[in-house]
Design a protein. Sequence first.
Length: 320
Amino acid sequence: MKKNFWQKLKKPILALAPMAGVTDSAFRRVCRESGADVVYTEMVSADGLYHDSKKTLELLDFDKAEQPVVVQLFGKTPEKFTKAAKICEEAGFAGIDINFGCPAKKVAGHGGGVTLMRDLTKCQEIIGAVLAGTKLPVSVKLRTSIKKGDKIVTAIDFIRFMKDLPISAVMVHGRPYEDPFNAEIDYAMIAKVKKEFKAGPVLGNGGIKTPEDGKKMMKEAGVDGLGLARGLYGKPWLFGQMKKYLKTGKYESISDKELKKLILNHAKWALKSKGDYGLVELRKHLCWYVAGRAGATQLRAKLVRVETLGDIKLALKELF
Ligand SMILES: Cc1cc2nc3c(=O)[nH]c(=O)nc-3n(C[C@H](O)[C@H](O)[C@H](O)COP(=O)(O)O)c2cc1C
C-alpha cells in the first residue's frame, strides 16, 4: 500500500502544533525554515468552510514552501466535516487534523474541541465524515483526559474506541481539560497512547520549551516525535536546536545575524501572505523575538506600532 506523508517523515518528527492566532502562513514558513518537519494551521471552522465563509476560506491560504502542511478542523456537526474535508483536499494540504483538544470557550462552550471527548460516538462520526470527504491522511489531536460526571474519559479510551478507523497520526497534549495549560505533563498517558496506536506516529505535546524538555518527552513517553507550541514564541529556531540536541546532545544559540535575517524573512512572508495587515499581526511576534534582551522594554513600544518593513528595520537597528 502507498505510504502517506506521515509514514515518510524521519523520526523523531518535529511538528509545529496548531495555535489559533499564531501558526499562520508566515510563521509556519519560518518554522519550516527553522527545522520543523511538519506544520499545522490554526484551527479552521468546519462550519465556516461548509457555509463558504470568506474569512474561514482565507485561513486555507499557504505557500508551497510550507509543505507538508496539516490543516486542522474544528466543529461539532459531523455532516459539515465532509464538505470541509473536500475543500481542504482541493486546497492542496498534505493532511487533515481534527481538533478534539481545544478548551477555549468559543469552541468547547458550544460542544466542540475537547468536550467532544465526552461523546466518543460523536467523535467517531466526525472522523468518519472527514474520511468520507478526503483521501488525505487524517490525524487527531487529543488531551490526556476530560471529566464526564464522576468518570474520566482518557486519550486511551478514545484511541481504543476508534481502533477500526484509519487514523494516520495522533498528537496528545499531556494535560487534562480541567487544568488546560499549566498542569504537569502526564507522560504516562502519552506513553500508553503510543503503545496502543500502531497505525502511524504519536507526537507528544505540552510544556516543551527547551531541547532538554523535548528529550524528556521522547524518553518518558517513548513517542515518535514532538509537537511544539508556546515554547516557539520568539524562538522558532528551537526546532533546529532540538534536532541537533536529540542527535548529538549539543546545541548552539542563534547569532544576532541569523536572528535579524529570520525576523526580516518573517516580515517579508507576513506582508506577502496578508499585505499590510500581516505586519499588524506580526507585532506580537516581534515583541517575542526581542523579549529578554537589553533595551527590549523601550523597543517594544516601537515594535507594537510598526506599519512598514522600513519601520521594522529602523527599530531593529537599535538591537543589532
Ligand atoms: C494561543 C494558542 C492557540 C492555540 N490554538 C490551538 C488550536 O487552534 N488547535 C489546537 O488543537 N490546539 C491549540 N492550542 C494548543 C496547542 O496546540 C498546544 O496543545 C498547547 O499550547 C500545549 O503545548 P505547550 O505547552 O507547548 O504550549 C493553542 C494554544 C495556544 C497557546
